[in-house]
Design a protein around this ligand. Structure first.
Ligand SMILES: O=C(O)C(=O)C[C@H](O)[C@@H](O)CO
Length: 254
């Protein structure tokens, strides 16, 4: 029995738009609700969300019963966290703050077993292999991994061609907030200079035949991103619960 098919990878490689939700609340219940809502994927944010490996595991278990494909953004691209997140059964990962082709090569190696990388051999006992049930996991896992690296600095934009050409990098995820801040436009993700940099990254990623991802929070921006070629599109976050509460209060207030 081989590693399970990564249906999100298959869809993205066929150029299908896949929309998702950012999970920042580190809650299994919220993950289950979001997973049932109809998103193609739900991203467990371990960079900015208060997540531990235990809360990540809980949310993966909650998502397992839903149609949404689980994605994890790790806190950083260090080998040890990538190994532990993949051993939890994650097949699609987002690595923040990748600024050089050397970093891209390092994280690409960390998410795949020897032959294509340097991932440690421990999944036989882990959730990833069904605790040993998937006997061919080690020999088939590499092909089901989908790796996004985040372009979110001036240095990364300058290096985009070399980063996107790195073997094992499957997609580029643009971080508008961090990129705009690094460019000197804190909080101004719509600054012309920022938009031009993002368009450049999109163009170079498209030219390399790789997947483009990003996350936006303005409804009007969703079709704009799709028209620009984004197929891995975050449509918001679970912290929208606040907006829902405020709307309920506003509509019910005497
Ligand atoms: O820099 C960004 O923007 C991202 O990487 C996405 C944010 O971290 C996400 O939390 C949405 O604001």
């Amino acid at each position: 029995m081989p590693a399970p098919e990564n249906a999100l990878k298959t869809a993205l490689e066929h150029g299908e738009t896949q929309s998702g939700l950012w999970l920042t609340l580190a809650s299994g219940a919220v993950a289950e609700i979001a997973g049932k809502a109809g998103f193609d994927w739900c991203l467990i944010d371990a960079e900015h969300g208060p997540n531990t490996l235990t809360t990540i595991q809980t949310q993966l278990q909650a998502l397992a019963g839903t149609p949404a494909h689980p994605v994890v953004r790790v806190p950083s691209g260090e080998d040890w966290i990538l190994k532990q997140v993949l051993d939890l059964g994650v097949q699609t990962v987002v690595v923040p703050m990748v600024n050089t082709p050397e970093q891209a090569a390092q994280v690409a190696a960390a998410v795949r077993y020897p032959g294509q990388g340097s991932r440690g051999m421990g999944a036989t006992l882990a959730r990833a292999s069904g605790y040993g049930e998937i006997v061919d996991y080690m020999s088939s896992a590499n092909e089901q991994i989908f790796l996004f690296v985040q372009i979110e600095s001036r240095q990364a934009v300058e290096n985009v061609d070399a980063i996107v050409a790195t073997p094992g990098v499957d997609g580029i995820f643009v971080g508008p907030a961090d990129l705009s801040a690094d460019m000197g436009f804190v909080g101004q993700t719509d600054a012309p200079e920022v938009l031009a940099a993002i368009d450049h990254v999109y163009a170079r990623t498209k030219a390399a035949g790789k997947t483009i991802g990003t996350v936006v929070f303005d409804d009007a921006d969703f079709p704009v991103q799709i028209d620009k070629g984004v197929t891995f599109l975050g449509l918001g976050a679970d912290s929208f619960a606040l907006q829902s509460a405020l709307r309920t209060l506003a509509s019910k207030a005497p």
